[in-house]
Design a binder for this molecule. Structure first.
Ligand code: UDP
Length: 408
């Protein structure tokens, strides 16, 4: 990775976070605008949580949990294809309930195994209609699942898994959390419905590193925002993709974040599981076991299993989609809007917007933010007098102290 001495004011953009948002903005800014970016990340690598690396055994792993790239957006796929080739995404997940492994999402096979009768699409629909609770407008994840599949399937496949993952009852979570997983009346076993389900052929790191490989982009890993805050004065804007409550020194209180702890185990055989992911709604303290080799397609005599333990402490991975979380985030969002106006600091991504999104959506946020910066921070063609009147020409430095305008 390029490591150069930086001078204050030497950059058009200061980009905090080398994840999907940061990489896309730096890449677009360099190639489309000729803008110079400094990209920093507190971790020692780029690619954010998409980061992949070789385990000591030589097996490629996803150290921050599996990333199953999928999108419905052909434009996004075309864009990313400049930086990677692809292999088919074999995203197959099963759920361990009792002594059986059931296909998840629930499909025809799951229903047949669970209820011990053979079904077709019509009889399965009749069955689900008889089981589903008549809830027209589900207000939380419990109501959402009950309205789709009824209590027995909810208790077997969703309740325990959700409690383990979030340490909350599904009643406390937004409907969209359990709504991420479809229910099917066919035998499609793929985890998600998206039109394109592909994995970067040489991994995510290789793809993101290729994006950043440009003379106008400087990357400094192992660098805290606090180390450059107030010292680097970008000419145009700061792009911040870290946790929003941290940016504002938690002035309104700490947002709830869910984290994960991982244990990796090397096994000297080609595969251990029948598919990439097994969910464990009931037994064990871990929520899922992942054997990412099923997805990467790597040729290796051994394999690595990862055990995921959900945790309240550790790095922020997931926003917690509760009404209280949304209310607290709304306060930070107001602060962020003022910060954008006054200091040209733009907030985007899962951590900065406290939003539960997938990798493709984070990449789209990066593209959208670049378009916005191109509109709002490119004053090249404006007459001089107007530039002076609007105070354009340099972004105000991001102050060392948080503004904390309306701490409550
Ligand atoms: N979920 C569940 N049982 C499953 C799979 C998912 O209850 O077998 C619920 C759970 O609340 C989970 C949510 O659906 O947090 C979203 O699942 P997904 O696999 O999309 O989570 P991610 O991969 O983002 O952790």
């Amino acid at each position: 990775m390029t490591q150069r001495q930086s001078k204050p004011g030497d950059y058009d953009l200061l980009i905090v976070g080398a994840g999907p948002v940061g990489c896309v903005v730096a890449e677009r800014a360099a190639r489309c605008k000729g803008w110079k970016s400094l990209v920093i990340d507190r971790r020692e690598h780029v690619a954010g949580n998409c980061h992949d690396r070789l385990h000591e055994s030589g097996v490629l792993i996803h150290p921050y949990g599996p990333h199953y790239f999928r999108t419905n957006n052909p434009g996004l796929l075309r864009y990313l294809s400049r930086f990677t080739e692809w292999v088919d995404g074999q995203y197959i997940v099963k759920s361990a309930v009792g002594d059986k492994l059931y296909p998840i999402p629930i499909n025809l096979t799951t229903l047949e195994m669970f209820f011990g009768e053979s079904l077709d699409e019509v009889s399965a629909k009749r069955l689900l209609d008889s089981l589903a609770h008549p809830i027209a407008d589900p207000q939380n994840s419990e109501e959402f699942v009950l309205s789709r599949v009824g209590r027995e399937l909810y208790e077997a496949f969703y309740l325990g898994y959700t409690q383990k993952q979030w340490d909350l009852h599904p009643r406390q979570l937004a409907p969209s959390v359990c709504g991420r997983v479809p229910v099917r009346l066919n035998r499609d076993e793929r985890y998600v419905d998206h039109r394109y389900q592909l994995t970067p052929k040489d991994g995510f790191d290789a793809m993101f590193r290729k994006m950043l490989d440009h003379p106008l982009i400087t990357v400094q890993t192992g660098t805290e925002f606090g180390d450059v805050r107030g010292r680097i004065e970008p000419r145009r804007a700061t792009v911040y993709s870290g946790a929003i409550d941290e940016y504002f020194d938690h002035c309104h209180g700490r947002l709830d974040w869910r984290s994960l702890r991982f244990e990796f185990e090397y096994v000297e055989q080609p595969f251990v599981q029948p598919c990439v992911q097994i969910n464990h709604p009931a037994a064990h303290a871990y929520s899922r076991t992942v054997e990412i080799k099923h997805v990467t397609g790597q040729a290796h005599p051994g394999t690595v299993l990862s055990y995921e333990y959900p945790s309240a402490t550790g790095e922020p991975f997931y926003p917690v989609p509760t009404p209280q979380g949304s209310a607290l985030y709304a306060k930070y969002k107001v602060e962020a809007q003022v910060e954008t106006q006054e200091r040209a600091v733009y907030f985007a991504g899962r951590l900065a917007e406290y939003i539960y999104i997938n990798t493709d959506e984070a990449l789209e946020k990066g593209l959208a933010l670049f378009e916005r910066l191109a509109l709002e921070r490119d004053w090249y063609f404006l007459p001089r007098a107007l530039k002076r009147a609007e105070g354009l020409g340099t972004a105000k430095p991001v102050g060392a102290a948080s503004p904390a305008r309306s701490a409550s």
